[in-house]
Write a protein that binds this ligand. Structure first.
Ligand SMILES: CC(C)(COP(=O)(O)OP(=O)(O)OC[C@H]1O[C@@H](n2cnc3c(N)ncnc32)[C@H](O)[C@@H]1OP(=O)(O)O)[C@@H](O)C(=O)NCCC(=O)NCCS
Length: 187
C-alpha cells in the first residue's frame, strides 16, 4: 500500500491554530510507533522511538491537537558518508495523520527541525522517494537542491527503486554554523 499522500498541487491548506508543536518526550514513544504503523504501515518499536527521543544528537518533535498527537518528525545524524550522502544532519521521519493534513503541520515540523539543524551544522540533508511528490513540494520552501538520485542512501532503500538526495545550506543569518552555543533554543 502506498504510504505517500496523493499528490494534490492545486489544493492549498490553511494553518490550524489549535495545533501545538513541542519536543517529544519518552511518554510519546508508544504513540509515535503506533502512528507509524497505522498511517505508514511500517513496524517501528516504541523502544526505537524512545532511543531517538533520548539521543542528544537528534531532535524529535510532535504536533498535538488537544490531547492527541497528530503528527511527528525527527532528525537523524549520520556520522559516516555513503558516497555523495555525506555525514551530517538529515531530516528523518515525517508523518502527519491523514485527518490533519494540509493545515501546515508538516511545514511547521520541518521549520523547527531546519532551525535546529542550522544551529548545529552548515547544511541539512533530506532523502525522499522520487515518487513522493507531496513531500518534495513541501521541502521546496527551504531551498533544497537535488544532489543525486540512487536506489539507496545509507540504510534507506526506496520502493520503486529511485530516491533523491537533496541538500539545503544554512542561510547567512545563522552565522557560524559550528558555534557550540544553542542557548535559547526552544528545542
Ligand atoms: C507529506 C506530509 C508530511 C505533508 O503533511 P501536511 O501537514 O499535510 O503538509 P502541510 O500542510 O504542511 O503542507 C505544506 C506544503 O507542502 C505541499 N504539500 C503537502 N501535501 C501535499 C500534497 N498532498 N500534494 C501536493 N503538495 C502537498 C504543499 O506545497 C503545501 O502547501 P499548501 O497546502 O499551501 O499548498 C503528509 O502528507 C504525510 O504524512 N505523508 C505520508 C508520509 C510522508 O510522505 N512523509 C514524508 C517522507 S519524506
Amino acid at each position: 500500500m502506498a504510504d505517500f499522500a496523493p499528490y494534490r498541487p492545486h489544493d492549498h491548506g490553511r494553518a490550524d491554530a489549535q495545533v501545538v508543536i513541542r519536543a517529544a518526550s519518552d511518554d510519546d514513544a508508544a504513540t509515535l510507533a503506533d502512528l507509524e504503523s497505522t498511517v505508514r504501515h511500517t513496524t517501528s518499536s516504541p523502544d526505537a522511538m524512545a532511543a531517538a527521543i533520548a539521543d542528544p544528537q537528534r531532535l524529535v518533535v510532535v504536533a498535538v491537537a488537544g490531547d492527541e498527537v497528530v503528527g511527528w518528525a525527527k532528525t537523524h545524524w549520520w556520522d559516516w558518508s555513503f558516497g555523495p550522502a555525506e555525514a551530517g544532519q538529515y531530516l528523518g521521519g515525517l508523518t502527519v495523520d491523514p485527518r490533519w493534513r494540509r493545515r501546515g503541520i508538516a511545514s511547521t515540523l520541518t521549520g523547527v527541525r531546519m532551525s535546529w539543524i542550522f544551529r548545529r551544522a552548515p547544511c541539512a540533508w533530506y532523502v525522499v522517494n522520487a515518487q513522493n511528490l507531496a513531500s518534495i513540494d513541501l521541502h521546496r520552501a527551504w531551498g533544497f537542491v537535488e544532489v543525486v538520485r540512487a536506489e539507496k542512501f545509507h540504510t534507506v532503500r526506496f520502493r520503486g527503486g529511485v530516491g533523491l538526495l537533496l541538500r539545503a545550506d544554512a542561510p547567512v543569518e545563522y552565522g557560524d554554523p559550528w558555534r557550540p552555543s544553542v542557548d535559547g533554543d526552544p528545542f
